[in-house]
Design a protein around this ligand. Structure first.
Ligand code: F6P
Length: 328
C-alpha cells in the first residue's frame, strides 16, 4: 500500500542531548531520500503551538553531525500541557499540511506525544534523546554515551587533584530519576562509591565503607553521586555529614552540571542517532504510529510509546555488583 505521508515535521524537546542534531539530520535526509517534504519545528512543542516552522532540505542539515546541542533548539513547554495549547499545535500542523511528526526527546516529550495522539489522532514517532538513558525499549538513548565520556574525562581530572592532596571528592552527576550516568561513569572512572536513586545506601554505610577503604591503604577517594540520589539530594549537606563523621579525609564537592549535556557527540551517538532517524521515517512510511524507535542488541526496534515509559528504570544489578567488587 502506498503511504499517505507526504510531509513530516521534526522537533527536539526537553533537555538537549549530544546527537540530537545527528538525529534531525537523519530524519531530514531520509525524507529527501524518499521524496517527502520535511519541516523543522523550533523550540519543541512551544514552536508547534506558535507555528514556528521552517522547511528543511538535505543541504539544510550540512555540517551538523558533529555538533552538540540542537539547532532546532529545545524547550520544556508549559503550553503543551494544556488542551488549548495542544489544539493550537494541531491547527498549525493541519494548516501546514503536515501528515506526521517525529519528536526527539525524553520521557516528558513522549508523555506529551501520547496525550496529543489521544486527543488528535495525529501520527507521531519518537526518538529517545536524553543523556539520562531512562527510557525503556532501547539499550541506549541518544546523548548518553557522550555524556558518559564527558563525565569520565572530568572525573579523571578530579582524581589527579584528589590524589595529590589525599582528598575525598563528592562528584555530582546528572540523572534526576536515573542512576545510569552515575553507575556507568563511576565504574569507568574507578569511583570508590556510587550513589544512585535506585538504591538507598544510607549515610552511615557510606561513611563506614569510606573508613574501610582508607584503612585498606587508599589515600584519596571519589564518590559519584547521581543528582536524584536520596542521601545525596543535597550534596553539600552530605559533605557536611561526612566532614563531621570522617576525619580521615578532607572532603570537597564538585557539581559537574550542564557540561554533561554539551559537546560534540561521540561516534556511538552519531551512529545511533542516524540509525534511529532513518528508522523513524521508515516506520511512518510503513504505517506505524504512536511508537518509539529504539536499538536493542544492535537492532533497530519499534516500541509502543507507553511501553517506553513503563515501570522502573532498567538499572543493571550486575553493574552494581561489579562496582562493589572492583572498588575494594
Ligand atoms: O533530562 C535530562 C537532565 O539532564 C536531567 O538529568 C537533569 O535533572 C535535567 O535535565 C536538568 O534540566 P534543565 O537544565 O533543563 O532544568
Amino acid at each position: 500500500m502506498k503511504s499517505e505521508i507526504k510531509k513530516i515535521a521534526v522537533l527536539t524537546s526537553g533537555g538537549d542531548a549530544p546527537g540530537m542534531n545527528a538525529a534531525i539530520r537523519a530524519v531530514v535526509r531520509s525524507c529527501a531520500y524518499h521524496n517527502l517534504e520535511c519541516v523543522g519545528v523550533y523550540r519543541g512543542y512551544e514552536g508547534l503551538i506558535e507555528g514556528d516552522f521552517k522547511t528543511l532540505n538535505a543541504r539544510s542539515v550540512k555540517n551538523l553531525i558533529n555538533r552538540g546541542g540542537t539547532f532546532l533548539k529545545s524547550a520544556r513547554s508549559k503550553g503543551f500541557m494544556t488542551k488549548e495549547g495542544r489544539k493550537k499545535a494541531y491547527e498549525h500542523l493541519k494548516k501546514n499540511s503536515i501528515d506526521a511528526l517525529v519528536v526527539i526527546g525524553g520521557d516528558g516529550t513522549f508523555t506529551g506525544a501520547i496525550v496529543f495522539n489521544e486527543e488528535h489522532n495525529f501520527p507521531i514517532v519518537g526518538l529517545p534523546g536524553t543523556i539520562d538513558n531512562d527510557i525503556n525499549g532501547t539499550d541506549n538513548t541518544i546523548g548518553y554515551d557522550t555524556a558518559l565520556n564527558t563525565v569520565v574525562e572530568a572525573i579523571d581530572k578530579i582524581r589527579d587533584t584528589a590524589n595529590s592532596h589525599n582528598r575525598l571528592f563528592l562528584v555530582e552527576v546528572m540523572g534526576r530519576d536515573a542512576g545510569d550516568i552515575a553507575l556507568n561513569a563511576g565504574i569507568g572512572a574507578g569511583a570508590e562509591e556510587i550513589l544512585i536513586p535506585e538504591q538507598d545506601m544510607g549515610r552511615e554505610r557510606l561513611v563506614a565503607s569510606l573508613k574501610r577503604s582508607k584503612a585498606s591503604g587508599k589515600s584519596s577517594s571519589i564518590v559519584v553521586v547521581a543528582e536524584g540520589d536520596q542521601i545525596g539530594k543535597n550534596i553539600f549537606g552530605l559533605a557536611e555529614y561526612i566532614r563531621e563523621n570522617l576525619e580521615e579525609y578532607e572532603c570537597k564537592v564538585t557539581v559537574l552540571g550542564h557540561i554533561q549535556r554539551g559537546g560534540s557527540p561521540s561516534c556511538y551517538d552519531r551512529v545511533l542517532a542516524s540509525r534511529l532517524g532513518v528508522g523513524a521515517v521508515d516506520a511512518l512510511l510503513n504505517g506505524e504510529r504512536d511508537v518509539m524507535i529504539g536499538l536493542v542488541h544492535n537492532k533497530v526496534v519499534i516500541v509502543d510509546f507507553k511501553e517506553s515509559l513503563k515501570g522502573e528504570n532498567k538499572i543493571d544489578k550486575d553493574l552494581i555488583r561489579v562496582a562493589d567488587i572492583i572498588s575494594v
